[in-house]
Design a protein. Structure first.
Length: 158
């Protein structure tokens, strides 16, 4: 991470005065492989609510417990469910931020939590899976779910 941060800074400074060419392409290629910089780690921490302006009102540093970081991630995911318009984007951003922090810390626990939780269904996906509009009331949603489960059981026995 340290060397990639330095390379990114050099390419950025070169880009201000002239075309960075192959170095710029190298940075983009490495970013597509999941590499990140110190700035990306700071931004990831902000996206999970750390910092003086964040929901946690707590600065991010290495002394923060892994469990606390995991709970901050889960909280952002849960809060995203209350925003039906941006739910998927907020969850995607939170998952990426959590992955960056987990990798930056070298935490096996956080990487396992990320692997287990990154593809969990959110409310938007649930509505799409059941093929019902988001405005469907809870009673009808439960009815549709029950019918789908019954049909699945019926066809699996046939």
């Amino acid at each position: 991470m340290k060397y990639f941060s330095y390379l990114t800074t050099i390419v950025s400074k070169l880009g201000e005065t002239r075309d960075a060419g192959p170095l710029d392409e190298l940075v983009v290629m490495e970013q597509s492989r999941g590499r990140f910089t110190f700035d990306n780690v700071e931004e990831a921490a902000r996206k999970l609510g750390f910092g003086p302006e964040g929901d946690l009102r707590l600065d991010y540093d290495d002394d923060i417990d892994d469990q606390f970081i995991e709970e901050a991630w889960k909280d952002v995911i849960k809060r995203s469910w209350r925003d039906p318009e941006n739910c998927a984007e907020i969850a995607r951003t939170a998952n990426e931020a959590f992955r960056i922090l987990a990798e930056a810390r070298g935490s096996v626990r956080l990487m396992k939590a990320w692997e287990n939780g990154k593809n969990k269904m959110n409310p938007e996906q649930a509505y799409n899976t059941l093929e019902v509009p988001k405005e469907t009331d809870d009673a009808m949603l439960i009815t549709v779910f029950g019918l789908r489960v019954s049909l699945l059981a019926f066809y699996s026995q046939a």
